[in-house]
Design a protein around this ligand. Structure first.
Ligand SMILES: [Cu+2]
Length: 189
């Protein structure tokens, strides 16, 4: 729902990027200014429509969309906030230059991937399909190239037995702190 609104407003911003042409007209400059104010007013009224709605836990039929931005060597936001038992559609965007990944799982999952990727010769340029770990510690893995986005559907455990983490195990990245906690909140009824 949010994404189309954003793209509409960015298109509008694109149309507004012609003040240089208006300025050349001279006497019509103030008219152009009024037109720009009108566009700005529309944009503002769209952006201030009531209070921010509470997030609704996602379901299998309607996963909640969650954005995660990866770069060297961090994730944004600094914690991934989810509801227990909900299903999310996670958009992982690589805003960095290297191949990056997001691995969702507990400490055993993170350790398994760290060991598996460190063992692949040569260390860079990062993960390939030949990197695998045993299924019971595979977690969820999303590998994203620079400038790209990968989506994954994930159902959050009802009661995780250990703290859940998002980590990147491109060699050296985990050690540089490329990891965040997954905060699992109780879903409201
Ligand atoms: Cu990384």
């Amino acid at each position: 729902m949010v994404a189309p609104a954003v793209s509409r407003s960015s298109r509008r911003t694109g149309r507004r990027s012609s003040p240089v042409d208006f300025a050349a007209v001279g006497s019509r400059r103030w008219l152009a200014g009024i037109a720009l104010l009108g566009l700005a007013a529309v944009a503002c009224s769209q952006g201030s429509a009531g209070p921010t709605p509470e997030p609704i836990p996602g379901t299998v039929d309607h996963p909640r969309e969650v954005n995660l931005i990866a770069s060297e060597y961090a994730f944004a936001p600094s914690t991934l906030q989810v509801f227990a038992g909900e299903t999310i559609l996670l958009h992982v965007v690589n805003a960095g230059l290297e191949v990056l990944e997001a691995i969702l799982g507990d400490g055993r999952v993170q350790d398994a991937w760290e060991a598996a990727e460190a063992a692949v010769p040569p260390p860079p340029p990062g993960p390939t399909p030949v990197v695998t770990v045993p299924p019971d510690v595979s977690g969820v893995r999303v590998v994203v190239r620079s400038g790209q986005r990968m989506d994954v559907v994930w159902t959050v455990p009802q009661a995780p037995s250990a703290p859940l983490v998002v980590g990147c195990h491109i060699p050296g990245h985990w050690a540089r702190g490329m990891k965040i906690l997954i905060e699992v909140a109780a879903a409201q009824r």
